[in-house]
Design a protein around this ligand. Structure first.
Ligand SMILES: [Zn+2]
Length: 252
């Protein structure tokens, strides 16, 4: 949300910089800007101070300096492009430092390695809205993909899970999800190509879990057609939807 507000302020700042010099708004803006730049340590609240902070935050301050020195500023569309790229870069760096610094996100970063691209789950729901219920269950499962340190017994089958990762256990080994898994593998064999089916069979439990949670395919360096990928995510979502019911029934 903050980046949307920052973007709107930066676009507005660009509009002010591009106004004609004879325009009164431009003259007021320029006077306040130069006054701030001359003595920015003085108490100075309002738009100018705020926009200087935002330009620094996204590494765009050089544009302000160039404007103040030679009165030059990018055009409307180039500036929009520069702002979007800078915000995307900043948000990605923030996201990476957050998930790389926390062991809890070890698997989650395989599923969502980058924040600037829309989630594949979201893109598929946009494509086929009638799948939204199952896709919601899939999205919920991605939120649970972390290793539990304190609890090691599966709450469904009560079996000890050595790494405490119950999502990987549910997708590969839990006896209580066996029927749902059989149904998923049957759909994989029947609906997807032999190439995709063989590829999924060849994956280890971690990679397979990440793929059926919507991870990008490049984590496995395999090419699957776009049609197969959409069908695979739907099959996976149906599996997680059944698992969701199992979990809910167990918790009651
Ligand atoms: Zn289990």
């Amino acid at each position: 949300m903050e980046s949307y507000i920052d973007k709107a302020k930066l676009i507005f700042f660009g509009r002010l910089c591009r106004l004609r010099t004879s325009c009164l708004s431009k003259q007021i803006f320029a006077t306040r800007l130069f006054s701030y730049l001359e003595n920015c340590t003085a108490v100075n609240l309002g738009f100018i101070k705020d926009i200087c902070r935002i330009l620094s935050k996204y590494d765009l301050y050089d544009h302000l300096l160039k404007f103040s020195q030679v009165a030059s500023f990018p055009g409307k569309n180039p500036w929009k492009h520069i702002v979007s790229r800078a915000i995307k870069k900043y948000e990605n760096l923030q996201y990476e430092s957050r998930i790389n610094g926390d062991y809890d996100f070890k698997l989650f970063k395989m599923i969502e390695p980058c924040i600037s691209e829309p989630s594949r789950i979201w893109s598929i729901v946009q494509l086929v809205p009638k799948w939204s219920k199952e896709m919601y269950s899939l999205a919920k499962a991605t939120m649970c993909v972390r290793e539990c340190v304190n609890i090691k017994d599966c709450h469904l089958c009560k079996k000890y899970v050595h790494d405490g990762n119950f999502v990987v256990h549910a997708a590969n080994a839990c006896v209580l999800t066996q029927n749902a898994r059989d149904k998923m593998w049957s759909s994989i064999s029947n609906k997807l190509t032999t190439h995709t089916s063989a590829f999924l069979n060849s994956l280890d439990s971690i990679d397979f879990t990440c793929i059926i949670l919507g991870a990008p395919l490049d984590i496995t360096q395999c090419e699957i057609s776009a049609e197969d990928y959409v069908d695979l995510i739907h099959i996976s979502a149906q599996f997680w939807h059944i698992c969701g019911y199992l979990t809910a029934a167990e918790e009651q």
